[in-house]
Structures are given as structure tokens and as C-alpha cells.
Design a protein around this ligand. Structure first.
Ligand SMILES: C[C@@](CO)(OP(=O)(O)O)[C@H](O)COP(=O)(O)OP(=O)(O)OC[C@H]1O[C@@H](n2ccc(N)nc2=O)[C@H](O)[C@@H]1O
Ligand SMILES: Nc1ncnc2c1ncn2[C@@H]1O[C@H](COP(=O)(O)OP(=O)(O)O)[C@@H](O)[C@H]1O
Length: 298
């Protein structure tokens, strides 16, 4: 844990938006064990936040409602620290300076929950430090750096609607998608991504259906009913609470509901932010210990 903490006035920050897989097909497996995916990804206004300030030594402070899940671990293993160190090595290789920084992570997203909090933090750290260090990094080098930190990190660099293929690095922007009113809910169980991939019965599944031409709220909800998340079944077999979470969202007035990534966070899409907020209140009353957030996609 850091010894020095800069005052908020000296800090500059970057949002680390939650990643939501609206649908996810596992379409194959590489020789190195990584799975090939086709996934439609959006990003929420809700998320973590990273702040940075000048300092005489490197430090990381973690606070926020989900900080405790990370505080016991080795901070040098945190994806924020790893992103800082990888970027610094890259810059120093070409003789550029990357002086010590005081970093603060506001951890609002549950850890190991299928909404890519760690990946979003890594991507936000890269974006923030490139700005803070006034560094020039080519698009190609940035993508390589991001992928070395995790399969989801390149897509989190974009933080806008996209279709990802490969293991997540082959990214195609999706234009003209409406901002989707959404509720995120997590029953409080951390799910290990490698365990979910291991529990998958077959890695060879059909691709997702083609996207609709009109990408309004109703259009996207209709499309999602024809799509799927191939990781839902294996995740449910490991954590049956995911079924309870999906049922709570279904009965809260969602147009459509699903699980994100490898779980356990589930989400619903609603007609309006007002219905999403009502639904979040209803789920929160019924399940006071769950993480529940009404939000909108970016
Ligand atoms: C499943 C997804 C869907 O967006 O999201 P999450 O549930 O983690 O949010 C991602 O593919 C997760 O990406 P990320 O969390 O960055 O994965 P990594 O750290 O690179 O990999 C963790 C482990 O997951 C497995 N893995 C990950 C990605 C992939 N395409 N195939 C895999 O088999 C591998 O066992 C790997 O060792
Ligand atoms: N800043 C971070 N936020 C969340 N998890 C982190 C972070 N740094 C390292 N991790 C580790 O990364 C793993 C995956 O976390 P996370 O990205 O939250 O999962 P998911 O992509 O399933 O939502 C966890 O086991 C956690 O210990």
C-alpha cells in the first residue's frame, strides 16, 4: 500500500468503464489453449476510475466499495501496476522518460465478475499515463502492449460498441448503436475465467447472428433474443447463483437479460433509464447484499 497520497486537486483522472458482452460465441480453440470468440461488446457509464499525480516514488492506493477484494493481494500484481510498468519499459526502450507516479484506483466494479474491471483499469492506466507522460505510442505498439496485459484489454482501450473476434484483439467498431438503459447485477460470487473456459463442453460453436441494420433499444433487445453467451452454461454449472440473478433481472421488467463474459455479472436492457432505475431498486430491495447498478451504455 502506498505511503504517499496526492490530494485530489493535484490528480488527473481517467474513467475505466465496465465492459458488457451483450452476446458471446466461442467458435474455436487455438493451439496455446486460448479460445476464439465472437463477441458484441458495449461499455457502461458505470465503472472504476484511475487518477495520477507526480510523485518522488511509484505508489498505488486502492479505495472504493470493492477495494477490499484487491487490497490483500500483491499490489505489484495489480493490472494498474502492470500496465504502468509495461508502458514505462516500452518508453524507456526508446529513450523516453517515464518518471514515478502516484496512482489511485477507485474500485467500483466487483472483481472477477465478467465485466472486465481489471482489463478496464489496465486500459485506462495506459490511456492516462500516455497523456500524463506526454508520450507518443503508435497504435500498433499500444495494441500489442494492451494484449500482453490480457485478452480483453485492447477492447477496453476503445470503450465504445464493437465486435471482437480472435481472442479479443481483432476489433471492429459497431456504429449507430443506441445508448442502452441497463441494470448490472452480481450475486457476490467471484468466478474464475479460466475455470469457466475449462468447464465449456465444446469450443466449436456457430458464430453470432448478423447484427440488425437498426440498432435502437428495441432492435438490440430483439437481436439479443436470437443470440447467446456460450459461457453461460459452464458458468452456471460452477455458480448456480447466476440462475437466481438472471431470474431476478427477468422479473424486474427487462426487455432482455443475459450474463456478461464468464460471469457472474448479469444484466438486463430496459425501455428507459427510469424503468432501469426502478428495476435496480426492486432487485436491490430483494437482494440487499448484491452489487446492483442502473447505468447506460456509452
Ligand atoms: C471471457 C471474457 C470475454 O470478454 O471476459 P471476462 O469474463 O474475463 O470479463 C474474456 O475473453 C477474458 O479476457 P481476460 O479476462 O482479459 O483474459 P486473460 O486474462 O487474457 O486470460 C485469462 C484466462 O482465460 C482463458 N481465456 C481467455 C480469453 C480467451 N479468448 N480464451 C481463453 O481461454 C485462458 O485460460 C486464460 O489463461
Ligand atoms: N485492478 C484490478 N481490478 C480487478 N481485478 C484485478 C485487478 N488487478 C488484478 N486483478 C486480478 O484479475 C483477475 C480478473 O479480474 P477482473 O478483470 O475483475 O475479472 P473479469 O474480467 O472477469 O471481470 C482477478 O483475479 C483479480 O485478482
Amino acid at each position: 500500500m502506498a505511503e504517499t497520497e496526492a490530494s485530489p486537486a493535484e490528480m488527473t483522472g481517467e474513467a475505466a468503464p465496465a465492459k458488457i458482452n451483450l452476446a458471446l460465441a466461442v467458435t474455436g480453440k487455438r493451439a496455446d489453449g486460448y479460445h476464439l470468440l465472437e463477441t458484441l461488446v458495449v461499455f457502461a457509464r458505470h465503472g472504476d476510475r484511475i487518477e495520477v499525480a507526480e510523485s518522488s516514488e511509484d505508489s498505488l492506493v486502492i479505495d472504493g466499495p470493492h477495494a477490499d477484494a484487491l487490497k490483500d493481494g500483491d499490489l505489484s500484481d495489480n493490472l494498474v501496476t502492470r500496465a504502468r510498468d509495461r508502458l514505462r519499459s516500452h518508453l524507456r526502450q526508446s529513450g523516453k522518460s517515464a518518471p514515478p507516479v502516484a496512482l489511485r484506483l477507485e474500485k467500483n466494479l466487483p472483481v472477477a465478475s465478467g465485466i472486465g474491471g481489471g482489463s478496464a483499469d489496465a486500459a485506462a492506466t495506459l490511456r492516462l499515463l500516455i497523456r500524463f507522460w506526454n508520450a507518443a505510442v503508435s497504435e500498433q505498439d499500444l495494441r500489442v502492449l494492451a494484449l500482453s496485459l490480457g485478452a480483453d484489454v485492447p477492447m477496453c482501450l476503445e470503450s465504445a460498441p464493437l465486435m471482437a473476434r480472435g481472442i479479443g484483439e481483432d476489433i471492429e467498431p459497431v456504429e449507430d448503436m443506441a445508448c442502452l438503459p441497463m441494470v448490472l447485477a452480481n450475486p457476490g460470487v467471484a468466478v474464475s475465467t479460466p475455470s469457466v473456459f475449462k468447464a465449456l463442453v465444446s469450443p466449436d460453436n456457430p458464430p453470432l447472428p448478423p447484427l440488425p441494420a437498426t440498432r435502437g433499444i428495441a432492435g438490440m433487445a430483439g437481436w439479443m433474443k436470437t443470440a447467446r453467451n456460450d459461457l453461460a452454461e459452464p458458468a452456471l454449472s460452477l455458480s448456480p447463483q447466476i440462475g437466481t440473478c438472471l431470474a431476478a433481472i427477468r422479473s424486474s421488467g427487462a426487455l432482455v437479460h443475459a450474463m456478461s463474459g464468464s460471469g457472474a455479472t448479469c444484466f438486463g436492457i430496459y425501455e428507459s433509464m427510469e424503468t432501469a432505475r426502478q428495476a435496480a431498486r426492486q432487485i436491490g430491495r430483494e437482494w440487499p447484499r448484491w452489487f446492483v447498478a442502473a447505468t447506460e451504455t456509452r
